[in-house]
Design a protein around this ligand. Structure first.
Ligand SMILES: [Zn+2]
Ligand SMILES: [Zn+2]
Length: 255
């Protein structure tokens, strides 16, 4: 029998939230992420997390971080650590999967500026954005869908093979992909498959494919507001429903 969300929260704990956004995901005065680094960090402490990562969008995203802000982000993290003992805070990024030589909008020479790099597909220029966007909104002929699926899958696999990516964020969201091929590439490269609390994919069917490969999973809140930091119960329910052994989820432990 499936567990209720309350039962899940009683039995399992999220240890690390490796994917949250802050006001550094912005375009001009519009803040895509609503909280400051200190707000996400305080929320992480109140949810009992050991670690929270600040992973704003890659620099070519409409709401992407500015690489010029990285020193200030490090300073904000140092400031937050002074206030909050016992919490670890990492500076990562959610790079966009695009058509560049390494398949990401973060070039290899910038990887060292982050503690780790997550990557995901988003609607941004230079990634067949319009075709993918339309494919979910207009009747899409089968052959077009299949062509997009092939291109999107190749793009993701190239990014996985060309970089040391920590987590592949919300695979299958916003773009049709071949889950088997992506799962195999995650297996080969040791990349964690994300179970995302904010997006519809990967869903139960997708996860049932991923679990047949030798991959590990990470649950992430993908919080865009501090109150969502550390959200995991719904994702854990989904994972259990898909038959994933909790031992394969790297940031969940039994209380
Ligand atoms: Zn994302
Ligand atoms: Zn995100």
């Amino acid at each position: 029998m499936l567990m209720t969300l309350e039962e899940i929260k009683k039995k399992y704990r999220l240890t690390r939230d490796n994917h949250t956004h802050t006001i550094y995901s912005r375009v001009g005065p519009y803040l895509h992420g609503k909280g400051r680094i200190i707000d996400n960090a305080r929320a992480a402490v109140s949810r009992g997390l050991d670690l929270v990562a600040i992973t704003d969008h890659g620099p070519t995203d409409f709401y992407g971080l500015s690489m010029k802000d990285l020193p200030q982000m490090r300073a904000d993290i140092a400031e937050a650590l002074k206030e909050l003992s016992g919490l670890e805070i990492k500076l990562g990024v959610e790079a966009d999967i695009v058509d560049t030589p390494n398949g990401l909008d973060v070039p290899p020479e910038d990887f060292d500026r982050f503690d780790f790099v997550n990557a995901g597909y988003h609607y941004v220029p230079n990634c067949r954005m319009i075709a993918n966007w339309l494919s979910f909104r207009l009747p899409c002929p089968g052959y077009v869908k299949e062509r997009l699926r092939k291109q999107n899958t190749e793009r993701i696999i190239r990014a996985l093979r060309s970089n040391d990516i920590y987590i592949l964020t919300h695979p299958g969201d916003k773009a049709y992909i071949d889950e088997h091929a992506v799962a195999k590439a995650c297996e080969e490269t040791g990349t964690l498959v994300e179970i995302n609390a904010r997006h519809r994919h990967p869903d139960r069917d997708d996860l049932q494919i991923y679990k047949t490969y030798d991959v590990k999973f990470a649950i992430s809140s993908d919080a865009h507001k501090p109150e969502h930091v550390g959200r995991y119960a719904e994702s854990m329910a989904l994972a259990l429903d898909a038959g994933i052994d909790p031992a394969r989820i790297v940031n969940i432990e039994e209380r």
